[in-house]
Design a protein around this ligand. Structure first.
Ligand SMILES: Cc1ncc(COP(=O)(O)O)c(C=O)c1O
Length: 388
């Protein structure tokens, strides 16, 4: 009765099962994997946010496939202000309910069934589901770690073939926290031009460089057909509002055709609600109060992590340049899954095993740097004690 593309293994894995058992037994656990910014004790401007959702114009329905112009102008303003002014055209972008939805539009635009898209490894686990749902085949290219992460450019040339349609980069990547460097940008553009591929750039964590130095956005990239994705879930810490977007850039003929086709896809769903589009200028403005708080949280937890790591030799942190996570390298005494389950059962601490993110080897754990600091301090302390 059901399609092959939804033939997922629906039973929970052992790690999730263990978590559920502990929750059912009401044991208090320290969760170092939190990714929900609305539940980490940060201050939000509640009144302004709620007021923005109650505008009288919400009573009128004015369906716009690309999204309401006022919302798109606010997004254009964000790129101009926060990512050094360039001639940003609100007509070049389409609003979507999530970056996941933006990925699905782009896969639909570019790929026939079983066409291939190149994705980084390790990276964000949702890609496989997004690809399955659009009948797209993912082919991974490695990120290599050698005093920092880098794209294995030669391997890109080995993975490309006549079915390849696009290259995905996550800037900075989740969970490695590595930005695409200037020399890599030039190489990626050259690669995409040579093989007639589109570049899909996920920039949801772009505003969170740990050294405070802003990195350039790809939204202005003109050297290859480029789709740049971002949204309010990370920019303003408002995932519940469901506002994201894709920006098109690149050679004008390709960009124009891509945009026209995407507009039809967006028109088919019209998935954005009117109240949230009208609220978008205010919700984007929240980034100015939210980001300093979140950057401060990242710094506090990173410093605490390093302070504790300094006192021992079993575990070390891999270099991280941006984003909300850190990767820890630990001795390989058993599989990552067995390690995190034992940590959870014996010490009530939740961390993610590296294989969730497709790390090619065991011995990698991922922790969230947005965790409330008290939990983070105690959780890391228990983890290091356990590893000893
Ligand atoms: C790399 C990356 N892209 C996209 C998303 C999801 O963003 P959205 O809430 O807009 O779908 C996440 C969420 O954690 C992410 O890590």
């Amino acid at each position: 009765m059901f399609s092959r593309r939804t033939d997922w293994k629906l039973t929970p894995n052992r790690f999730t099962e263990t978590q559920r058992e502990l929750t059912a037994s009401r044991r208090e656990v320290l969760d170092l994997t939190v990714s929900n910014p609305t539940r980490i004790g940060l201050h939000y401007e509640k009144e302004a946010i709620l007021r923005s959702l109650a505008q009288p114009d919400s009573l009128d329905y004015d369906p716009q496939p690309k999204g309401l112009l006022s919302a798109r102008q606010a997004v254009a303003g964000y790129y101009r202000e926060q990512h050094s002014a360039f001639d940003f055209d609100p007509e070049a972008l389409i609003l979507t309910a999530s970056t996941s939805e933006a990925y699905s539009y782009i896969f639909r635009l570019l790929c026939n069934a079983q066409d291939e898209v190149l994705v980084p490894k390790p990276s964000y686990p949702l890609f496989q589901f997004l690809a399955d749902l659009q009948d797209v085949k993912l082919v991974s290219y490695p990120l290599l770690y050698d005093h920092g992460w880098q794209i294995d450019l030669p391997s890109l040339y080995k993975t490309v073939n006549h079915r390849t349609r696009a290259l995905v980069v996550v800037h900075p990547n989740n969970p490695t926290g590595s930005f695409v460097r200037g020399d890599e940008i030039a190489a990626l553009n050259g690669f995409c031009r040579e093989y007639n591929l589109a570049l899909i750039v996920d920039e949801v964590f772009l505003d969170y460089p740990h050294d405070g130095a802003p990195r350039p956005t790809f939204a202005a990239n003109r050297d290859a057909l480029t789709f740049t994705l971002s949204g309010l879930s990370k920019i303003s810490g408002l995932p519940q509002m469901k506002v994201a977007w894709l920006v098109t850039s690149g050679p004008e003929d390709k960009r124009g055709e891509a945009l026209a086709r995407l507009e039809v896809i967006a028109d088919t769903y019209l998935s954005m609600s009117t109240p949230v589009q009208l609220a978008t200028p205010v919700l984007l403005e929240q980034s100015k109060s939210f980001q300093p708080l979140l950057l401060d949280r990242l710094r506090t937890n990173r410093e605490e992590l390093d302070r504790q790591l300094e006192k021992q030799k079993t575990c070390r942190r891999l270099q991280v340049e941006g984003g909300w996570y850190a990767v820890l390298r630990v001795p390989v005494t058993r599989s990552d899954e067995e390690l995190v389950i034992e940590l959870l059962q014996k010490h009530s601490v939740v961390v993610h095993p590296g294989h969730f993110y497709d790390f090619p080897m065991d011995g990698c754990l991922v922790v969230s740097l947005i965790t409330p600091p008290q939990d983070f301090r105690e959780g890391i302390s228990r983890l290091l004690e356990f590893l000893k």
